[in-house]
Design a protein around this ligand. Structure first.
Ligand code: ATP
Length: 289
């Protein structure tokens, strides 16, 4: 028995860090939405008690370091499942890019194994389990558009952004999320107006969405990697309605309501940045989980 699950990437329309908590985590406020760039997760039922991870992407670990493996192990342990699974990850989301690829794979495994192993866990419970794997996994289980608070695991649903095109550009540099957080100075950093973004989504006001994008981590990553700013400038010059870095980077996204503009932004980045994608926002939660 086999089944497929889509694991879409997310972008941060806004990302704020409020303070560092006593437990070492940062208290965040993030508005996230899913986009139509997805890994494909194939799950095959095994009679034997094993979790096998396979991927053709050399950056994806094929053992317990993989978040998809951890998701399967968590369900096995919590629900006493004696069956096993072979997990094949077709990696389409750039790795370590600020697009939550690993978290989305883990979320897809939770959703998929819930069906394959007939566990009948409801979505809110599955989302709660996700937080044991990683801060972004809860949002990825739910999908759509949401406000994430706490360390990212307290998610409330928000209206989908007005339809638009998203151009994603990932420069070929590695960004360490830990270093970015270490170098973040909360006193001097420019904090986004999360409430203005929420208001924009509630009104369905595309212009206000564009004016309200902001990421408190952006200045840290751009100082370390000036290429990120160069991509932002290139996108703006090509007519983007808004440009922002996602997560701790290095991926930058541009929003464009008109397809011709999105295409122009995409074309302007060819030869300038190796990995460029032009996709739609998904915005709404899927009907089934
Ligand atoms: P986030 O936006 O949540 O910070 P990210 O997009 O920056 O995530 P990922 O693509 O999830 O980063 O990968 C970060 C690291 O996690 C990788 O370097 C890789 O070693 C590890 N990893 C674990 N599981 C996966 C997975 N299923 N896919 C990709 N990377 C994974």
């Amino acid at each position: 028995m086999k089944l497929m699950e889509k694991a879409p990437a997310k972008i941060n329309l806004s990302l704020d860090v409020l303070h560092k908590r006593d437990d070492g985590f940062h208290e965040v406020e993030m508005v996230m939405t899913t986009v139509d760039l997805a890994d494909r997760i194939e799950l095959e039922y095994l009679d034997e008690d094993r979790i096998i991870i396979e991927s053709e992407n050399r950056f994806v670990p094929n053992d317990e370091r993989n978040l998809a493996f951890r998701a399967a192990k968590l369900l096995k342990d919590k629900y006493g499942v004696s069956a096993g699974v072979r997990i094949f990850i077709e990696k389409n989301i750039p790795v370590a890019a600020g697009l939550a690829g690993g978290s989305s794979d883990a979320a897809a495994v939770l959703r998929g194994l819930n069906r394959l192993w007939e566990l009948d866990i409801d979505t809110s419970e599955l989302a709660l389990l996700g937080s044991e794997i990683g801060s972004d996994v809860t949002f990825c289980v739910l999908g759509g558009t949401g406000l994430a608070k706490g360390r990212g695991e307290k998610v409330t649903e928000l209206p989908a952004p007005p339809p638009c095109w998203v151009v994603l550009a990932k420069p070929s540099i590695g960004v360490s999320t830990a270093t970015v957080y270490q170098k973040l100075d909360l006193e001097t950093a420019e904090h986004p107006q999360t409430s203005a973004m929420i208001d924009a989504l509630e009104k369905g006001d595309f212009d206000q969405v564009c004016q309200s994008v902001g990421n408190v981590l952006e200045y840290v990553t751009t100082r370390l990697h000036p290429q990120v700013n160069q991509i932002k400038d290139q996108m703006s010059q090509a007519g983007a309605d808004a440009v922002l870095m996602s997560g701790s980077g290095p991926t930058v996204f541009a929003l464009a309501q008109q397809e011709t503009r999105a295409q122009r932004i995409y074309n302007s980045l060819k030869g300038f940045c190796e990995e460029v994608y032009i996709v739609r926002m998904l915005g709404n939660r899927p009907d089934t989980c």
